[in-house]
Design a protein around this ligand. Structure first.
Ligand code: GLN
Length: 531
């Protein structure tokens, strides 16, 4: 089968959940046996989101091949289990950089370089994944960030318009809009949707399918109205009501025939509706999980999206342990020795979150000390693991000035130190140790046990600093064991306190590889020990 292309755009307002809809479409097509990928095109100028503050854009998600991407790629991977790559996350900045670099090399032979056709051609090349050497895909789903009418997304829309023309029936446009409910009038309003579709039509794009986001159920007459004003078939107007969980969305979309509508538009026989048994089993587990487990997230970003993948990994591991994970954000900047017990009261487990820079680290160290002394299950991730190490050095080894050279370049006890390969790097952006590396686990360790006695694993990274191996012997003698190593560099990837209920720190980010159907073994084992 020739590759088909689905374009997902959004109108009216942002934050409608285009990422979830794109991931759901991916899931539904996959369930029908198709080979699918999902990619995100973001209109901002940054080359990638790696340099963005989490307050700006939420978490930075890391692909296996070591690219820093938008957090929507996390949804794509969690829903579908596919592995995305650097070619699944494209920004305006990257498009322009490629074109400008080409121009500097003289590749355009003296031509005037313009948004149309040069920028739009490069966008089209990326949308068609011409650089990706992968097996042929049945479907490529392309989500465009931002909202119709944004100045910066215009070149993406023009590229979609051209591709639509070029690809004919092999392309489908799905447009996501919002139908607000006006309380005073007791009415649902379709006008914003009509305007949004007009705007899209003004750019030469006729949507094939409309997904209406709504807080209240839309009846057929309202869907009919939208269909007739927007030139869309009634069966292609789908509603996406607020759901108790994002994982209900694919099933809700399937019930309304979103995948069937896509196939019909393309001209593929629809066939039977797939049962999606594993997914339904998961949803049943989620609905039946009543008991709660209270987990603190000790971090500095009081923003839902900042630790998105960690939150989702805890949620998923909770569901598979038949409990609801109640996550409590605890701002590490506000933690002191005096209030730490009160701040973490009632918590059955604590995650010390990743991060960069000085702000809030003393609170993380205090929290790690509190949970160590009180034997509360603790999971340190990346910077979190580094803070566990520093806490141990200060309070067990007795090095009061122990630190990471990230925070104090001159500390005499740099138990966390900059990686050798990082010392010569001056540029920011894509220069950390990124992506998946192998890790050898020490047999008999708690971590190895959590991985089901597997001894070689692969996990994703995003860091510049590492455990300083000069201290390994001293740590081990005092009880903190190094139980995961990179086979090539011997870099310490996991530390643990074997005597505790669960006290493990990982230099890597296991949260990036948890999926709905395969919760991550470390999160599973962590939640189990919290119960
Ligand atoms: N700032 C630390 C480092 O660069 C940890 C990074 C992280 O938590 N992702 O090593």
């Amino acid at each position: 089968m020739e590759t088909k292309y689905i374009f997902v755009t959004g109108g009216v307002v942002s934050s409608l959940g285009k990422g979830i809809i794109s991931a759901s479409i991916g899931k539904l097509l996959q369930a029908r046996g198709y080979k699918v990928t999902i990619q995100k095109f973001d209109p901002y100028i940054n080359i990638d989101p790696g340099t963005l503050n989490p307050y700006e854009h939420g978490e930075c998600y890391v692909t296996e091949d070591g690219f820093e991407t938008d957090l929507d790629l996390g949804h794509y991977e969690r829903f579908t289990g596919i592995h995305t790559t650097r070619n699944n996350s494209i920004t305006t900045g990257r498009i322009y950089k490629t074109v400008i670099d080409r121009e500097r090399r003289g590749d355009y032979l003296g031509k005037t370089i313009q948004v149309v056709p040069h920028i739009t051609d490069e966008i089209k090349r990326c949308m068609l994944r011409e650089d990706e050497k992968e097996e042929q895909l049945d479907f490529v789903i392309t989500e465009v960030g931002g909202t119709i009418g944004d100045i910066e997304s215009a070149p993406f829309m023009e590229a979609i318009r051209q591709l639509r023309w070029q690809l004919g029936r092999n392309a489908v446009c799905v447009h996501l809009t919002y139908v607000p409910y006006l309380k005073a009038a007791n009415e649902l309003k379709t006008k914003p949707t009509q305007h949004s579709v007009k705007e899209l039509q003004g750019m030469g794009i006729q949507p094939d399918i409309l997904v209406l986001r709504t807080e209240r159920h839309l009846d057929d007459s309202l869907r009919m109205k939208v269909a007739s004003f927007c030139n869309v078939d009634l069966e292609c107007v789908v509603q996406s009501e607020d759901m108790p969980s994002i994982f209900e969305v694919p099933v809700n979309m399937q019930r309304q025939g979103l995948d069937a509508a896509i196939l019909r538009k393309i001209g593929i026989p629809v066939g039977e509706t797939p049962a999606m048994k594993p997914w339904h089993d998961f949803l049943d587990k989620q609905r039946n999980a009543r008991r709660e487990v209270h987990i603190a997230l000790v971090g500095k970003y009081d923003l839902q999206d900042a630790y998105k993948s960690i939150r989702e990994s805890l949620n998923l591991a909770g569901i598979y342990n038949d409990v609801k994970a109640k996550l409590h954000f605890v701002n590490s900047e506000e933690i002191t020795r005096e209030n730490v017990a009160a701040k973490l009261e009632g918590m059955q487990g604590v995650v010390i979150c990743p991060g960069f820079g000085q702000r809030g680290i003393e609170g993380k160290i205090i929290a790690a000390g509190h949970t160590r002394s009180n034997d509360i299950p603790t999971f340190g991730i990346c910077l979190g693991m580094q803070m566990m190490v520093i806490e141990f050095a200060r309070n067990v080894l007795g090095y009061a000035d122990a630190n990471s050279s990230e925070m104090d370049a001159k500390t005499p006890h740099n138990v966390i130190d900059m990686m050798e390969e990082q010392k010569s790097i001056t540029q920011m952006g894509g220069t950390m140790r990124l992506g998946a590396y192998e890790c050898e686990l020490v047999k008999g360790s708690r971590a190895c046990d959590a991985y089901g006695n597997e001894t070689l694993i692969r996990e994703r990274h995003r860091h510049r600093y590492e455990f300083n191996s000069r201290y390994q012997e001293e740590f081990e003698k005092a009880g903190m064991k190094c139980v995961g190593f990179n086979p090539a560099s011997r870099l310490v990837e996991i530390v643990e306190l074997p005597g505790k209920r669960w006290y493990i720190g990982t230099q890597f980010h296991p949260e990036y590889s948890s999926t709905v159907l395969h919760p991550h073994p470390l999160f599973m084992s962590f939640i189990k020990s919290c119960l």
